[in-house]
Design a binder for this molecule. Structure first.
Ligand code: COA
Ligand code: AMP
Length: 640
C-alpha cells in the first residue's frame, strides 16, 4: 500500500505545516519568521527570515555527525581512464580551500561566478565552494558555444570564471579555453579572474594577470592554511542561476534560492527516490543541466548519500555496458537518466547482452526524466534490468519532480506513458485557453496553482517582469508549465508536448525561436522556420527551412551548409542542428503567421489537417517534397 495519497492530502490540508516539518531535516542558523510569506517576492517566498548555508548542510553537517569517512563523491571517467573518490571530510576540505581561493580572487557574498567545466570533480567542488562563501554560481554546459557563454556573462556579470583546459567527448578532446577566451572577447562584461583547471589531454595557454592555474592556487591556499568558513545567507538568497531556453532567443536566468531548495531536495531523496543516507545514488546527467545541479550535487549530498559524477556516455565509452559497469562497480541503489540514453543503449545492444555481464544485485530503481519516456523504452529497460523503471516529470524551473512515482512512500502502479502523480507541493490542473479547468482526460495546458512549492524559481535573474510574463500572466493564479497534456480519472498525468518553441533534443532543452534568430542572420536568407522533428534516438531533432532572398543564385546546398555552421558556431554542437532545406516559400496564415505546427505534423508523418487560414494550400506540397528529399515526413496524410 502506498502512503502517497495520505501524504499528498496532508500537504494539501496544511502546506505550511507540511514544509515546516520537512524543514526539520535541515540545519538552520536562524529559523524563519514565516514558513511562507505570501507578500514577499513575485508570488510569495518560502522560509522568509531564515538563515542557513547549503554547503554546510551538504558537507560539514555530515562530518560533524560521523559521516566524515564515507564516500561523498565518486568520479568515474572512462574517457579520462580515471576513478577517484572523496570522503565527506575530504570534499568539505577541498570545498573550504577552493572557497578561500575564490575569496582571495575578490569573490564576495552575492557575487556571481560562472562555472564552465566538464564532468570532473572540480565542477562539484566549485559549485559547493560558491555555496559555502555565499557566492552565486552559474554553471554553463560544455556543449554550448562561445556566444552562449558570452550571453550568460553579460547577464550574470560574474566576478570570476572557473573553467578547464578541455572536455572529452567520447574519444575527442574538446579544448575549452579558446571558447572561454572568445566568449570573454565577445562579452561586454569582462570578469576580473579566470581559474583554469589544466588537464593533461590539452593544456591551455594562459593570459597573464587574468588567468590562474587551479592547482597552483589551491596548493598556495593550502600552504597558507587558508579555508573559507560557511557564510550565513538568507534562505531566500540565490544559491545559483541556471540559464535555460524558452520563448525567445535570450536564455532565461532561472534563480534558485538556498532554503526552499534544500528542504524540497532533501524531502525528495527519501520520499520520491526511496534512498537512504549512506546509499549510492547516480544521476547520469551533466552538471550543466538542472538534473546535474539537483541530483548529482545537491540532493544526494544533503541526504548523506554517495553521489556518482560520471564523465562518459551511455554508449561508446567503451560500449553499451558502461552504465551497468558503473552500477555494479559502485553498488548503485538508484539511477536517474534521460530516456534518450536508454534508446542509445537499446540500439547498440538490443538483446541486452551487456547487462548479463554485471552483478546488478544492489540496484533497485531506475528513474527517467528530461523528456517523455516512451513505453517501448521503459518496457525494454524493465525486461532487461528487472527493476521498476519510473518516469518522472520536471523542469529547470522547479529543480525537483513536479510529478513522479514516489517509491519512498510506496510505489504506485505504473501506467506507461505517464510520469504518475503530482508530488506534494504541486496542485496541478489542465486548463483551456481561457484558463478554465478541464475535466479528466481532456487535453490542455498543465498549470500549477500558485504558490509554487519550495525549490521552484522565485523569479528570473534581474528580470521580474519577464518572470511574470513568461509564467504567471497566461493564467491568473497559476504558473504555466508550457507543457500540454491531460490528467486521467485516477489523477495520473500525461505530458504530451510543449506549447512554446522549446524542443527536447537528446534530453537537452533548446529553443527553435533562438535557432530561427540565428538562421535569419545569414545574408542570403530571407525567411526561415525551425521546427522539432520526431527522432527515434534523440526524441526530437531540429530541422530548418529557409527561403532565399530574391536574386540569390548561389548553390542552395552551400548556403544550407553555412546555415548549419552558423547555428553550431552560435549555440554550439549541442543544438544538433544538421538539417536545413531550401524551399520556395513558407506556409503562412493570411495574417502572416508561419504554420509551424502543421509543418511539424507533416515532418513527423502524422495525419494533419489543412489549416483553414492557410494562405495557399499548395505550399504544404512543397514542404512535404523538401522533407521527403531528406527522408522525413514519410507516411504523413492530410485529411484535407
Ligand atoms: N561538451 C562539448 N560538446 C558536447 C557536450 C559537452 N559537454 N555534450 C554534447 N556535445 C556535443 C556532442 O559531442 C555532439 O557533437 P558532434 O555534433 O560534433 O557529434 C553534439 O554535442 C550533440 O550531442 P548529443 O545530442 O548529446 O549527441 P551524441 O550523439 O553525442 O550523444 C546521447 C547522444 C543520447 C548518447 C547523449 O545525448 C546522452 O547521453 N544523452 C543523455 C541525456 C542527458 O544527459 N540529459 C541531461 C538531462 S537528464
Ligand atoms: P528541462 O528544463 O531541461 O528539465 O526541460 C523541461 C521540459 O522537458 C519539460 O517542460 C517537458 O517539456 C520536458 N520533460 C521533462 N521531463 C519529462 C517527462 N518525464 N515527460 C514528458 N516531458 C518531460
Amino acid at each position: 500500500m502506498s502512503r502517497y495519497h495520505e501524504v499528498y492530502a496532508a500537504w494539501k490540508k496544511d502546506p505550511e505545516a507540511f514544509w515546516a516539518e520537512a524543514a526539520r531535516d535541515i540545519d538552520w542558523y536562524n529559523l524563519w519568521d514565516k514558513v511562507f510569506d505570501p507578500y514577499a517576492g513575485e508570488y510569495g517566498r518560502w522560509f522568509a527570515g531564515a538563515e542557513c548555508n547549503t554547503a554546510y548542510n551538504c558537507l560539514d553537517r555530515h562530518v560533524l555527525r560521523g559521516r566524515g569517512g564515507q564516500k561523498a563523491l565518486i568520479y568515474d571517467s572512462p574517457v579520462a581512464k580515471q576513478t577517484k573518490s572523496f570522503t565527506y571530510a575530504e570534499l568539505r576540505d577541498e570545498v573550504a580551500v577552493f572557497g578561500a581561493v575564490l575569496q582571495d580572487l575578490g569573490v564576495k557574498k552575492g557575487d556571481r561566478v560562472i562555472i564552465y567545466l566538464p564532468m570532473i570533480p572540480e565542477a562539484a567542488i566549485a559549485m559547493l565552494a560558491c555555496a559555502r562563501i555565499g557566492a552565486i554560481h552559474s554553471v554553463v554546459f560544455g556543449g554550448f558555444a562561445a556566444s552562449e557563454l558570452a550571453t550568460r556573462l553579460n547577464d550574470s556579470k560574474p566576478v570570476a570564471i572557473v573553467s578547464a583546459s578541455c572536455g572529452i567527448e567520447t574519444a575527442r578532446v574538446i579544448p575549452y579555453k579558446p571558447l572561454l577566451d572568445k566568449a570573454i572577447e565577445l562579452a561586454t562584461h569582462k570578469p576580473a579572474a579566470c581559474v583554469v583547471y589544466q588537464r593533461p589531454m590539452a593544456m591551455a595557454s594562459m593570459i597573464e594577470g587574468r588567468d590562474h592555474d587551479w592547482e597552483a592556487l589551491v596548493a598556495d591556499a593550502k600552504a597558507r592554511g587558508r579555508r573559507a568558513g560557511c557564510a550565513v545567507v538568507a534562505a531566500t538568497d540565490p544559491l545559483y542561476i541556471l540559464y535555460t531556453s524558452g520563448t525567445t532567443g535570450e536564455p532565461k536566468g532561472v534563480v534558485r534560492d538556498n532554503g526552499g531548495h534544500m528542504v524540497a531536495l532533501k524531502w525528495s531523496m527519501k520520499n520520491h527516490y526511496g534512498v537512504d543516507p549512506g546509499e549510492v545514488f547516480w544521476a547520469a546527467s551533466d552538471v550543466g543541466w538542472v538534473v546535474g545541479h539537483s541530483y548529482i550535487v545537491y540532493a544526494p549530498l544533503l541526504h548523506g548519500c554517495t553521489s556518482i559524477l560520471y564523465e562518459g556516455k551511455p554508449v561508446g565509452t567503451p560500449d553499451a555496458g558502461a552504465f551497468w559497469r558503473v552500477i555494479a562497480e559502485h553498488k548503485v541503489a538508484a539511477m536517474f537518466t534521460a530516456p534518450t540514453a536508454f534508446r542509445a543503449i537499446k540500439k547498440d545492444d538490443p538483446q541486452g547482452e551487456h547487462v548479463k555481464r554485471y552483478d546488478l544485485s544492489a540496484f533497485r530503481t531506475l528513474f527517467l526524466a528530461g523528456e517523455r519516456a516512451d513505453p517501448e523504452t521503459i518496457k525494454w529497460a524493465e525486461a532487461h534490468l528487472g527493476v521498476p523503471v519510473l518516469d518522472h516529470w520536471w523542469q529547470t524551473e522547479t529543480g525537483w519532480p513536479i510529478a513522479g512515482n514516489p517509491v519512498g512512500l510506496g510505489q504506485l502502479p505504473v501506467k506507461y506513458g505517464s510520469p504518475t502523480v503530482p508530488m506534494p507541493g504541486y496542485e496541478l490542473h489542465t486548463l483551456d485557453e481561457k484558463g478554465q479547468r478541464l475535466a479528466a482526460g481532456q487535453t490542455g495546458t498543465l498549470a500549477i496553482k500558485l504558490p509554487l512549492p519550495p525549490s521552484s524559481l522565485p523569479t528570473l535573474w534581474n528580470n521580474n517582469e519577464r518572470f511574470r510574463r513568461s509564467y504567471l500572466t497566461e493564467f491568473d493564479g497559476y504558473y504555466t508549465t508550457s507543457d500540454a497534456g491531460y490528467i486521467d480519472a485516477d489523477g495520473y498525468i500525461y505530458v504530451m508536448a510543449r506549447t512554446d518553441d522549446v524542443i527536447n533534443v537528446a534530453g537537452h532543452r533548446l529553443s527553435t525561436g533562438q535557432m530561427e534568430e540565428i538562421v535569419a542572420k545569414h545574408k542570403d536568407v530571407g525567411e526561415c522556420a525551425v521546427i522539432g522533428v520526431a527522432d527515434a534516438m534523440k526524441g526530437q531533432v531540429p530541422a530548418g527551412f529557409i527561403v532565399l532572398n530574391a536574386g540569390v543564385n548561389r548553390n542552395p546546398a552551400d548556403i544550407e551548409q553555412e546555415v548549419v555552421k552558423l547555428v553550431r558556431d552560435e549555440i554550439g554542437p549541442v543544438a544538433a542542428f544538421r538539417t536545413v532545406m531550401t524551399v520556395p516559400r513558407l506556409p503562412k496564415t493570411r495574417s502572416g503567421k508561419i504554420l509551424r505546427g502543421t509543418m511539424r505534423q507533416i515532418a513527423d508523418g502524422d495525419t494533419w489537417k489543412m489549416p483553414a487560414t492557410v494562405d495557399d494550400p499548395a505550399i504544404f506540397d512543397e514542404i512535404t517534397d523538401a522533407l521527403q528529399s531528406r527522408g522525413m515526413g514519410e507516411g504523413g496524410k492530410s485529411n484535407r
